[in-house]
Design a protein around this ligand. Structure first.
Ligand code: SOE
Length: 379
């Protein structure tokens, strides 16, 4: 039977425009969904740059003004994959126009922006979701299942890191395509909003809310040439950000993100220690979950490396045969599939705008604490 069509209006054509477009293209091939997503229109200011993207992904049309896209009657869903400073305005306008809204992380440049976005989608009553893709790595979803089943028992510790090394050179400019993450006006913050946001989203999903934080940030390179002005300008982002946290369940945590860890490209790792068991995961080996269970028989007790590729593992029955791996792009496909499934049943898939706002509240608290030198409330 022909599926109902769901017309997508994509804003942005960069790295995330590609991951989201791929997710919508693939989801219906692997998941039995109530809707067939249609790549209806791609939107960006620069038509010459947008054209090759729109052609390559098979978008039916192009727009150079997102306001026109939002007004179009033939668009059901606006997906925001453009830089952070555009998220709020587009999301609010899209919600007002009655469109479903998906937004790349972080939701706002700060929690004040996120709050307005949450109000807009909730007032309009439209399905909404933020692309925190790492929740949908099957090994991470498996960790969630094990925690919910009580396998770890009481949780004592949570630790997460997200390490990169791509901004170490002082010659790297700030601003413009690909480098807007270094421009505080566009990004809102540095690694706190870009990388720690992922760690915090996963952490609160797995281990509940965070009560308070104490943070430390550093900007190693103080001035960089700005791509758009051609002048040397002050760098306003945090290059590295570390914080300690106390969760509402009493567990203690430490988090670290940096773009100055030479040799690490995107090393996201997490470890959780419970009374009965521990788990650990590493993005560079994303299809494995390390698991230690103290209840195992003593002589053979030890860390097990679970190869999360079997059909009883989360999402894996939709893919190949047991033992064959999937990767980074599949996390977005899973998220698109969950969203479309939710639309069919009238529910928003997680994390909703409201859930993602909680992450922005924590990142704001980390940045506030780094300035004040004090513990700050995180909810
Ligand atoms: C930054 O380099 C970045 O692309 C983030 O913006 C993404 O969210 C992260 O998943 C990988 O790193």
């Amino acid at each position: 039977m022909a599926k109902k069509k769901l017309n997508i209006g994509m804003v942005g054509y960069g790295f995330m425009g590609r991951t989201h477009s791929n997710a919508f293209s693939q989801a219906g091939h692997f998941f039995d969904l109530p809707y067939q997503p249609v790549l209806k229109a791609a939107c960006a200011r620069d038509a010459a740059k947008l054209k090759p993207f729109a052609d390559q992904w098979g978008y039916e049309s192009m727009e150079t003004d997102w306001r026109k896209l939002v007004e179009r009657k033939d668009i059901d869903l606006i997906d925001i994959a453009s830089p952070n400073d555009t998220h709020m305005e587009i999301a609010i306008a899209a919600a007002k126009a009655g469109k479903m809204v998906m937004c790349e992380k972080p939701l706002g440049r700060n929690a004040a922006e996120s709050k307005k976005m949450v109000a807009a989608v909730e007032k309009a009553g439209v399905p909404n979701m933020v692309w925190y893709n790492y929740r949908r790595v099957p090994a991470v979803t498996l960790a969630k299942q094990l925690i919910e089943e009580g396998k770890l028992g009481k949780i004592f510790h949570y630790r997460a890191k997200f390490l990169q090394d791509w901004t170490i050179s002082a010659d790297l400019p700030q601003g413009g395509q690909g480098l807007w993450r270094l421009d505080v006006k566009v990004a809102g913050s540095g690694v706190t909003g870009d990388l720690l946001a992922h760690c915090i989203d996963t952490a609160m999903w797995l281990n509940g809310s965070i009560d308070k934080v104490v943070g430390l940030t550093e900007t190693f390179i103080k001035e960089r040439q700005h791509t758009l002005t051609g002048k040397k300008e002050k760098v306003g982002i945090d290059d590295a950000s570390l914080f300690l946290a106390k969760f509402a369940n009493g567990s203690l945590a430490n988090f670290e993100a940096t773009r100055y860890a030479r040799g690490h490209k995107a090393l996201y790792t997490l470890e959780i220690n419970g009374e009965k068991a521990s788990i650990a995961w590493d993005l560079h080996d994303l299809h494995r979950l390390q698991y230690f269970d103290h209840r195992d028989e003593g002589r053979t007790r030890g860390w097990r490396s679970l190869h999360v590729t079997d059909s009883d593992h989360p999402y894996m029955s939709k893919w190949w045969v047991p033992g064959l791996q999937i990767g980074y792009e599949h996390t977005f496909i899973h998220q698109a599939a969950d969203f479309l499934e939710g639309v069919g049943t009238g529910k928003s898939a997680a994390p909703t705008f409201r859930e993602a706002m909680a992450t922005d509240i924590v990142t704001d608290a980390v940045l506030k604490s780094a300035k004040s030198g004090k513990w700050e409330k995180a909810k």
